[in-house]
Design a protein around this ligand. Structure first.
Ligand code: MN
Length: 300
């Protein structure tokens, strides 16, 4: 264990709408914006509430959507229209601008459970083209007492086909009862989310829904669980660019965010149009009175 490791608790955030989903957010935290380029971790469910998120915009990031139960219909301004099922990955790259909607499909009241994450795009990619990928069949790495479905990057020789812009890893770990050891890259920082139950991570008890941060410099992590447990591993090279994050936008300055907000409010070409919702969109909230400033890590 490193003295820089720490446990990040989840806060509950309503996603809006009557009977809307409440998500458990472990990233970003005050004073702790990123793990590698990962800058947003929302865990939702298990719940019988459904997802109903009207068209809304993004800039400067990739959205990574990973359902564990329930099916989600994704539509976007690139013309994509995909039903995402458990075990499948949706990866949307916003570049300079994209918009999308997400709705539960299937049996009303069927349980929903999943994780949605954001990856910050580096300079260059963040003002580049938008893109969407649906990966129904991801590689699985096997170790002693664990398997890893690789969403982004590579684990133990199993490499995801998903497009990435920074050195990064993301994987769903399924761990059997007892001890197991999962290899890590020493140049990466990592974090592990306790998705469906608690776990001991390098000897530290981590409760269900908490995120355990692991500082760079380790080649493996020791896990101990009492029963079959699902965890989410994220990591990457520490992201050095300072991010200004507000609502669904990531930029580098207050002006970047202001421009994105103005463009969305006036339905600029930049964000395109998501078919199937008429003129319904989620309007941007008002900007705060104060200037938006970069988020920096101050928690150690
Ligand atoms: Mn979104």
């Amino acid at each position: 264990m490193s003295e820089n490791d720490l446990t990040l608790g989840a806060r509950e955030v309503p996603l809006g709408g009557l009977r809307g989903l409440t998500v458990h957010r472990t990233l970003p935290q005050r004073g702790f914006p990123t793990v590698g380029a990962w800058c947003f971790v929302d865990h939702f469910g298990p719940t019988d509430h459904s997802m109903a998120v009207l068209p809304h915009p993004h800039t400067g990031l990739q959205t990574v959507t990973w359902p564990l139960a329930g099916e989600i219909r994704h539509r976007d301004s690139l013309g994509s229209d995909v039903v995402l099922k458990p075990g499948e990955l949706n990866l949307m790259t916003s570049g300079d601008g994209v918009s999308h909607s997400e709705f539960s499909v299937g049996d009303p009241g069927a349980p929903m459970h999943g994780i949605q994450l954001w990856v910050a795009l580096p300079s260059g990619a963040r003002t580049g083209a938008a893109g969407f990928e649906h990966h129904p069949d991801l590689p699985v790495a096997h170790g002693d007492g664990w398997t890893a479905t690789v969403l982004l990057g590579e684990v133990a020789g199993a490499a995801s086909p998903a497009t990435t812009y920074t050195p990064i890893v993301g994987a769903e770990l399924r761990v059997g009862p007892g001890w197991s050891t999962v290899p890590l890259r020493t140049d990466f920082e990592h974090a592990i989310l306790a998705v469906d139950g608690g776990a001991e991570i390098d000897g530290e008890p981590v409760a269900h829904r908490e995120l355990r941060y692991l500082a760079p410099g380790r080649s493996e992590v020791a896990l101990h669980v009492p029963t079959d447990t699902t965890l989410l591993l994220i990591g990457g090279e520490p992201f050095e660019e300072e991010l200004v994050m507000w609502w669904n936008f990531i930029g580098r300055s207050h002006e970047d965010i202001q421009d994105a907000r103005d463009d969305w409010q006036r339905a600029a070409e930049r964000f395109g149009h998501v078919d199937g919702h008429g003129t319904q969109v989620i309007p941007a909230p008002p900007l705060p009175e104060v200037r938006l400033t970069p988020r920096r890590r101050s928690v150690t």
